[in-house]
Design a protein around this ligand. Sequence first.
Ligand SMILES: C[S@@+](CC[C@H](N)C(=O)[O-])C[C@H]1O[C@@H](n2cnc3c(N)ncnc32)[C@H](O)[C@@H]1O
Length: 221
Amino acid sequence: MKKKFNIAFIFISFILFLSISINPAISKEPGKNKNLDEKVGKFLESHRDQWVDWNVSEVDGKVLYDLIIRNNYTKALDIGTSTGHSAIWIAWALSKTGGKLITIEIHEGRYKKALVNFKEAGLSEYIDARLADAHELVKELEGPFDFIFSDADKEWYKNYFVALEPKLEVGGCFTAHNVTWKSSRGIKEFLDYVLSLPNFETKIDRSSQQGISISCKKAEK
Ligand SMILES: C[S@@+](CC[C@H](N)C(=O)[O-])C[C@H]1O[C@@H](n2cnc3c(N)ncnc32)[C@H](O)[C@@H]1O
C-alpha cells in the first residue's frame, strides 16, 4: 500500500515538474509576474477613460490578450501603435508566454506618447516600438511571426496581409480591427481576399466590440 502511494507521489511530482518546465506561460518567476500584473492592472485602471486616439476598446484588447495566451504565441506584430492601447494588451500577454512585440507607428507625437505609456505600464522590455511607415517596414521585417494585429490604414489591410503572409508561421494568425465597417472599400477587399484563401481559416470574433477578424494559417499553401 505504502509502495503504491510512493509511486503515485513520484509520478504526480514528475508530471508537475514537466508542465512547469515545458509551459512558458507558467512563470519561473512568479513574483516578477505578480508585480507586473499589478502594475499593468493599475495602469489600465487609471487610464481607462483616456484612450482617445482611435485606440481599441478594453473589450477588444482582452480579445487579443486571450488569443495570445490560448495559443501560446510569442512573436507578435502590431501595425498602428497610436498611443499604445492594443500594444499594451498584446505585450501583457507576451510577458506570460515569453514573447516579444514589434509595433509600428508613423505619427511621431503618438509614438512618443506610446513609449511613455509602455514605460508606465512596466512593459517596455517586451516591446520594440518603431517610428516608421508600415507600408515600407513590413516588407523589411524578417519575421517569422505567429500573431499579427492590423489596425492602421484600412485601405492598406490587404497589402499588409500579402506582405506578411509568407512571414506568418503555420498555426499563427493575422488579426484585423474594425472589419465590421461595411462602408470601407479596403475592409471589403481585405475580407474577400482572406476568405478566398484555402490555407487560411477566417472568423470574425463575436465578442469583439469593434469587429476583429482572425485569420489562422492552416498550411503554407
Ligand atoms: C486606429 S489607430 C491604432 C490604435 C492602436 N491599435 C491602439 O489600440 O492604441 C491607427 C494608427 O495607425 C497609424 N498609421 C496609419 N497609417 C500608418 C502607416 N502607414 N504606418 C504606420 N502607422 C500608420 C495612425 O497614425 C494611427 O495612430
